[in-house]
Structure formats: structure tokens, C-alpha cells
Design a protein. Structure first.
Length: 278
């Protein structure tokens, strides 16, 4: 097997970054799983890939990018338990934007909203307002090459998994939502699926009806949230975790229990240029 063949294999590989967070309980974690390194041995040639690889780094006061010290695991410094009010991410008033909304319940024991009580969170429904008003929890990560050469294209969300630390609260897994923002691009996920509709009270005020939620991508075909990641060009990803108030598990009687769930967000990107760090 020659070096040229190795590089072809590398180009076809998929690099994976995994961000995991117990975002609403005691800690948040992030790590990277690399599967794009190839090593071969022949009778007279030893070759291995020295291309770029993806790493992930949590944002802190002192860390503003990935670097050579970024590794496959990073533990978030924020270990504060957070309890949240229920909310939804809906289409914004401007094309391609979003905003946070909430509503009051018709009854304390059910998730159906009361007529004419829907409101924009904060002054403009921004993610920043949602966090400051306890409707969402935020963690920020950098995804990059750690200073190594090479380029990746089409960074996208591959999957989202939600888990409950307390088995008694497992039903709240269905209610958790994850807003993933990269620059102007964004998408909302629930456990094992992207969210494409949200439930709102219908005009009769007696049931909910689905309303479209349109994510914004860097590229619609690939559903990428960033076109490329390369040396010195990290991508910043903000992850907001919240509970959808339209889910049956979310109501005023159990607001105190809206905690102790976590998420695992898996990103994938395609290596497009072998690097050379020699």
C-alpha cells in the first residue's frame, strides 16, 4: 500500500466531533473521536497520515480557539445546576432568523397553552435573552484543527442524543430541545431527530397545531452549519438547551423537575485537503 493510496483513503474518511453535555445538571463535557488516521507498513516503506484532524475546545475566559494543547476531551468549567422555564424556538420575523417564545399553560397539569398568552422571551427573543431569563442554558465550543494543516468541509450536526441522569425523569427526555448556532446558521434538534415543526395553540384554542420551523444552513443540500474548518480558522458553535412547553411532560406542576437531563451532539466534517506538518 503506497502513500498515494493512503491519502485517497484519508480523503474519503469522515472526521467526527462529539460534544456531550449534562447541561442542566452538574457538568458539561466535550470530546473528539478521530477516525481519519491511517498507518501502513510495507517491506520497505512506512507511511502514515499526518493530515489535519478535528479537535474541540470549550470556550473559557482564557481559551478562545483550539490549539496544540486541545485534546480529544474537554470538560466544561460550568458545573452550576440550572432549572429552566419552558419555551420554543420559532421562525423569526426576518427570513432565516429564529426567536424564543413561551406561553402560560391553560391548566397547571397540562402543557396546552392558554389562549392569547404567547409572548416573546425578553425584548427580542434572542438566544442571549433566553439564557439571561432562564429559558435556555448555553455552552460554547470551538471546533478546529488545533493548529495542524488541512481543511475540512461541510461541518454539520450528525445526531443529538438526550439522556436523563435520574431514571424517574426519563419522560423529560422527549421534551428537551437543542438549538445549535454557528454564526448566522442554526438548527434545532430533539432526541434522535431534527425539529422541523413546533406545536402552537390553534385558532379555536382547544388543541395544538404544527407550524413549520425552517433551519438556516451554510448549504441546504448537505445541511452543513459551516462551509469549512481549517488551520487558524476555527468554527464557533453555541449550544442552547431548553424544554419545549408544548410537550405533554412539561407543565406547571412539574416545573421544579425540569433538570438533570443532558445532551450529546455529534458533528461530522469531510476532510478535503491532506496536510503536511513536517
Amino acid at each position: 500500500m503506497n502513500v498515494k493510496h493512503l491519502r485517497k483513503q484519508l480523503m474519503a474518511a469522515i472526521a467526527m466531533v462529539v460534544v456531550a453535555g449534562v447541561a442542566l445538571s452538574s457538568a458539561t463535557y466535550a470530546w473528539f473521536v478521530s477516525n481519519n488516521t491511517v498507518t501502513a507498513q510495507t517491506t520497505n516503506i512506512s507511511a502514515q497520515s499526518n493530515s489535519a484532524y478535528l479537535v474541540i475546545q470549550e470556550k473559557t475566559e482564557t481559551q478562545t480557539a483550539t490549539d496544540s494543547t486541545s485534546t480529544s476531551a474537554a470538560t466544561a468549567a460550568d458545573t452550576t445546576a440550572v432549572k429552566l422555564y419552558p419555551a420554543q424556538v420559532v421562525n423569526g420575523t426576518t427570513d432565516g432568523t429564529y426567536k424564543f417564545e413561551s406561553a402560560y399553560a391553560a391548566k397547571a397539569s397540562e402543557a396546552l397553552e392558554k389562549v392569547s398568552t404567547r409572548f416573546t422571551v425578553g425584548t427580542d427573543g434572542s438566544a442571549t435573552e433566553a439564557v439571561s431569563n432562564n429559558y435556555a442554558h448555553q455552552d460554547t465550543f470551538y471546533i478546529g484543527t488545533g493548529g495542524y494543516d488541512g481543511t475540512f468541509s461541510n461541518l454539520k450536526v450528525e445526531s443529538v442524543q438526550v439522556s436523563a441522569a435520574d431514571p424517574k425523569k426519563a419522560e423529560l427526555v422527549n421534551a428537551m430541545r437543542v438549538l445549535i448556532v454557528c454564526g448566522d446558521n442554526w438548527t434545532v434538534w430533539k432526541n434522535n431527530a431534527e425539529v422541523t415543526t413546533v406545536a402552537k395553540l390553534n385558532e379555536g384554542g382547544n388543541a395544538t397545531t404544527d407550524t413549520a420551523l425552517t433551519a438556516k444552513y451554510a448549504d441546504k443540500a448537505s445541511k452543513s452549519i459551516a462551509s469549512s474548518v481549517s488551520k487558524g480558522n476555527d468554527v464557533t458553535v453555541d449550544i442552547y438547551v431548553f424544554y419545549d412547553g408544548a410537550e405533554g411532560e412539561v407543565n406547571s406542576d412539574n416545573l421544579a423537575d425540569l433538570a438533570d437531563c443532558g445532551v450529546t451532539v455529534t458533528f461530522t466534517a469531510t476532510p478535503t485537503q491532506p496536510g503536511n506538518n513536517s
